[in-house]
Design a protein around this ligand. Structure first.
Ligand code: DQA
Length: 145
């Protein structure tokens, strides 16, 4: 199986951006840990980051042919993007929504997610470990499928 891990806007700045909220680890560190875990679980991961909504949508379209599951941290597009929801609704595989911070403990505008209604699971507030937890869950569901 191939699993896409998609990261939205500003996540390229992980480690430098508000480390009190998002931690000191970089996105490259997260990618390396996910790759190591994927190898031990016997799956392939394709890791993406874009600051552009349309590029994220194009990548979700690619997943229709290429991925059995998507783990997505849409960043601020979580709270704004009907277009990303529509793209996920056109995708048949598993979807996990992953937030590093606990969005429910933060400003009210972060409490609503367009993506959650489509997601098979939602992770928030587990730091960057959340990506690995999503990966484990995706693999356990895929191995039962
Ligand atoms: C985030 C939470 C969002 O509200 C925010 O806009 C982000 C990151 C998270 O991972 O905690 O960019 O998705």
């Amino acid at each position: 199986h191939t699993i896409f891990i998609l990261n939205g806007p500003n996540l390229n700045l992980l480690g430098k951006r508000q480390p009190d909220i998002y931690g000191a680890e970089t996105l490259a560190d997260v990618e390396a840990r996910c790759r190591a875990l994927a190898e031990s679980l016997g799956v392939t991961v394709a890791f993406f980051q874009s600051n552009h909504e349309g590029v994220i949508i194009d990548t979700i379209h690619r997943a229709r042919e290429e991925a059995a599951a998507i783990i997505i941290n849409p960043g601020a597009f979580t709270h704004t993007s009907v277009a990303i929801l529509d793209a996920l609704n056109a995708y048949d595989g598993l979807v996990f929504e992953c937030h590093i911070s606990n969005v429910h403990k933060r400003e009210p505008f972060r409490h609503h997610s367009y993506v959650s209604g489509r997601a098979d699971g939602v992770m928030a507030g587990f730091g960057t470990e959340g990506y690995e937890l999503c990966l484990r869950r995706a693999c356990s569901l895929l191995s039962k499928a």
